[in-house]
Design a protein around this ligand. Structure first.
Ligand code: MG
Length: 266
């Protein structure tokens, strides 16, 4: 199931809420057109879907979730740790991005004046479905609502000069998420791919993750309580590089979807 968020007009299906609402996307877009079935309330727990649908075409898609916090995992692919000149961490290396950095599909990534080296990082994002702490790795699937694509945009020069990562990873627009939450399991052999202006710059199987999703969920929840809608970024493969005004950057996760954002001067 694909769960997205939209800004829906007030003249939608009978009984459907208007404004910013969660909805399920139905149809494959090939043999049948894709339509949007709004839900009342939120998708955490059993979704309360309305009877009617509206065509997907022409709707503006919002970030698929509004997290209370975004937990990043750093240096979680051997290739990326090597290109950063870092040894692999013994435990998952955690950092936080502010939720005000989140933007949705199609939104612009703004290059701040404080940085001369803003880079893309294509990542698998895990969306938490229920309040949880101290989750065993074997039980991680029970607290995961689904997966989406993320771009952990990073001002690399500030990451190096500051010595910690809050500013480098915390600018507004530095956490594109989307296009939707895929609640189906990830397919075997799924890859994460990062492209800039159509050129593949990053590509690796999710099996290359140093710490897999269950271990990450266990580690993060051994430190902090996670709330419904919280997001964990699982790390980026080798191949990160700078973004420039006008670039189109896309993160694709097999079995999940593709997230494209344009880069612009702030
Ligand atoms: Mg990252």
């Amino acid at each position: 199931m694909r769960i997205a968020r939209f800004s829906l007009p007030s003249d939608g299906p009978a009984g459907a809420p208007s404004g910013m609402v969660f909805a399920v996307i139905e149809g494959d877009g090939l043999t049948e057109p894709e339509v949007v079935r709004p839900m009342r309330g939120h998708p955490f727990g059993e979704p309360d879907l309305v009877d009617g649908t509206v065509p997907l075409a022409g709707l503006r898609m919002l970030p698929p979730v509004l997290p209370s916090k975004i937990v990043g995992i750093g240096q979680n692919y051997a290739g990326h740790a090597a290109e950063m000149g870092s040894a692999l961490p013994a435990d998952p290396l955690m950092f936080l991005k502010p939720n005000t950095a989140v933007v949705g599909p199609g939104a612009r990534i703004l290059l701040p004046e404080q940085s001369r080296q803003v880079e893309f990082e294509a990542e698998l994002a895990v969306v938490i479905g229920s309040l949880c702490r101290n989750v065993a790795a074997a039980d991680a699937a029970e607290v995961i609502l689904g997966y989406t694509c993320a771009n952990d945009v990073t001002a690399r020069d500030l990451q190096r000069s500051d010595g910690q990562w809050t500013r480098a990873k915390g600018f507004d627009t530095f956490c594109p998420l989307g296009p939707w939450i895929q609640t189906d399991p990830l397919p075997d052999g799924a890859q994460v791919t990062g492209t800039v202006n159509g050129d593949v710059r990053q590509q690796a199987p999710l099996s290359d993750l140093v710490f897999g999703v269950p271990e990450i969920v266990a580690h993060v929840t051994s430190v902090m309580t996670l709330l419904p809608g919280d997001v964990i970024l699982t790390g980026t493969p080798a191949g990160v590089g700078p973004l420039a005004d006008g670039d189109q950057v896309t993160v694709t996760i097999d079995g999940v979807g593709s997230l494209t954002n344009e880069v612009s001067l702030d």
